[in-house]
Design a protein around this ligand. Sequence first.
Ligand code: 5GP
Ligand code: MN
Length: 316
Amino acid sequence: MEKIIDEILKKISTSEKIILSAHTNPDADAIGSCLAFALKIKSMGKTPIVALEQFDERFKILPGQEFVVHDNIEDIEGDLFISLDCATEARLGKAEIFIKKYFTINIDHHHGNTNFGNINYIIPDFSSTSEMVYNILKKTGINKDIASAIYAGIIGDTGGLRHPCTTIETMEAVTELFKLDIPFSKIYNSVMGEKSVAAHKLLGRAIEKSVFLHNGKVLYSGITKKDIEEFNGTYKDLDMIVSELISVRGVKIAFFIYEKEEGSFKVSFRAKDEYNVCAVANVFGGGGHIKAAGCTISLPFDEVIEKIKEEIDKLF
Ligand code: 5GP
Ligand code: MN
């Protein structure tokens, strides 16, 4: 592993304009790992560009926003591409084009990463890509801003240091980040807790519509485009719903569905105990982690539910 880290740092030091991206609908880990790297690259006197899909305002508290570009991603030019927190080429969305155009460094912790980079630094089941970024950047020095971005990514993917993927090393990394006097309370409250008014209302709608199966062991819900429009929201207002569903006592598997594009539904799965939802997501061409996975299915709403139910029935 040390050798790969050295190769990554060497490649960065010999490049000037470095493009960074992560999976579509980026979460705290995707955003945090990109921003941390961008801040480091900037401090080395180079130019970072973070190409990401639009993300929720609660992540705007993180430093490094000045490097973020959401529009006309295909026009961005550089001389090195770093993909963070992304398992497959397709999951990069529009940023997929950079793989073919530039030397690609692929840094990720997802099962089933397809090793699409020229350098692949993959540790499946590691707490977060952000902790991997910490291990890369700690060799070269981390400042308060870099530490803040890394902290956000680590707490995002560990559910605030509570999921089983949290290790002693994760805690040690966080201890080191705290030593840099990061505004941890502010970051935690914003990244983990804050939601828009639309998100609040849509959460209410999703809870109201939720359905139990298998004697309360499965709980699912769905939000339609009509629901989103009613509350003047966007799909970015939905990413906290599935964790509310899995938090219900007795529930072992939760899934949540929303219509991201016309006729195409995004599904988020969460699991507790021995249940593996990555396997369910795999059936539909998706993936992720054993206890948190997702996929996209292009079928009518009711059929999406039926197909998923069929797969989940097999687990009971
Ligand atoms: P979420 O439900 O929060 O969108 O995603 C949970 C986990 O599953 C994340 O690690 C995410 O990267 C992964 N994931 C979500 N959707 C997809 C998908 O369509 N394909 C793959 N391969 N992974 C996904
Ligand atoms: Mn991640």
